[in-house]
Design a protein around this ligand. Structure first.
Ligand SMILES: Nc1ncnc2c1ncn2[C@@H]1O[C@H](COP(=O)(O)OP(=O)(O)OP(=O)(O)O)[C@@H](O)[C@H]1O
Ligand SMILES: [Mg+2]
Length: 325
């Protein structure tokens, strides 16, 4: 039988209409049954979940902008995907959450807004330390809007030759115009970082300026996201080009508790003190805490325990802190 904690998590995800979590918990219950030797019921459950997932995916597909796979040279500059990530999977400050909701609403009403001669906000600079959700935000925006996500490989765009770099940037911005999507210039600081490594300062200025001009002149329906954890490497001129600058930070105690609770749902019994765990995760990022929780679940599986204990999580968090130093 599924545990009470598993059933509770399953109901909660059902009530909050969180399909992704509902499926995850269903699969966890199937795995639990298999572990208890109830192979037949586990297989039936998996089958049910698989069918539900297929139904949902095909419903989403009908609602989605068709994915155009980049061809030729463009394929080397961009990677395309259809993320299923949702904003509800992210733990965000109230301020960021409100701003992202607003972006989604504006994008959903893009036709009415442009019909009134207005522009939805669609050019964003995401800044903040590693592992705080910048890249995940691009996935979630694409997932919420059923748009393809194109990740631009800056390292293949920036070449030694200015003319070539400009031509490649032009290809990417042409694609923005032709294929509506979320375009993520990830680790955007690599443009800024060139400043430190290159001895030709003029060259980097030209690359930056050319990028700025493309952003300025872009009047497509696509979203442009540029993410960096070194905003100090960027010129002030760059900031001005974006409709909004969203600043991410390391999680506070409440957010840590919420993250651990989410990650361990279905794997713990009620004797976990999340505030104690949060104290043990001080200064860790969302990404590191997520990994520590996953490590604890793996530990539970390997050691054939039925639940993750507070001690297991503590140990994994301490290991993460040790990796940092
Ligand atoms: N705000 C968040 N809420 C929930 N999970 C998060 C959040 N931020 C990060 N994570 C988890 O950490 C993983 C890595 O995060 P992400 O790649 O978005 O970080 P980033 O800010 O882009 O870091 P980097 O600067 O290193 O590129 C995510 O896939 C997710 O599992
Ligand atoms: Mg990132």
């Amino acid at each position: 039988m599924a545990t009470i904690a598993q059933l509770k998590a399953l109901f909660e995800s059902f009530i909050s209409k969180d399909d992704e979590r509902f499926i995850t918990y269903g699969l966890q219950i199937a795995a639990h049954e298999a572990k208890l030797g109830h192979g037949k019921i586990a297989e039936e459950l998996r089958q049910l979940i698989d069918n539900a997932r297929k139904k949902r995916d095909s419903a989403e597909l009908n609602n989605t902008v068709p994915l155009v796979q980049p061809q030729g040279e463009l394929a080397r500059l961009l990677s395309a995907s259809y993320p299923k990530t949702r904003l509800s999977e992210m733990i965000l400050s109230k301020d960021i959450s409100l701003r992202l909701d607003r972006v989604i609403q504006e994008q959903r009403h893009i036709e009415e807004i442009t019909a009134h001669g207005l522009q939805p906000r669609r050019k964003f600079l995401l800044i903040g330390p590693p592992g705080t959700g910048k890249t995940m935000t691009a996935f979630a925006l694409a997932g919420e809007l059923h748009l393809p996500l194109f990740i631009i490989r800056l390292e293949s765009i920036i070449t030694k030759f200015m003319g070539e770099t400009s031509a490649k940037l032009r290809m990417v911005f042409d694609s923005l115009q032709k294929h509506r999507g979320v375009y993520l210039f990830d680790e955007f600081d690599s443009i800024g970082a060139m400043r430190a490594s290159s001895n030709d300062v003029g060259e980097i200025r030209r690359v930056l300026n050319s990028f700025l001009q493309f952003i300025d002149h872009d009047c497509s329906n696509s979203m442009i996201l540029a993410a960096t954890n070194h905003p100090n490497m960027l010129d002030y001129a760059l900031f001005r080009r974006f409709d909004d600058v969203i600043e991410y930070s390391l999680p506070d105690k409440m957010q840590i508790s919420e993250l651990i609770q989410n990650k361990l749902a279905g794997f713990v019994v009620n004797d976990i003190d999340y505030s104690v765990l949060a104290q043990n995760a001080k200064d860790l990022s969302f990404a590191e805490i997520t990994r520590a929780c996953e490590d604890a679940i793996k530990e539970m599986i390997i050691s054939k325990k039925e639940f993750v204990t507070e001690q297991m999580v503590k140990q994994m968090l301490h290991e993460r802190i040790r990796y940092q130093t």
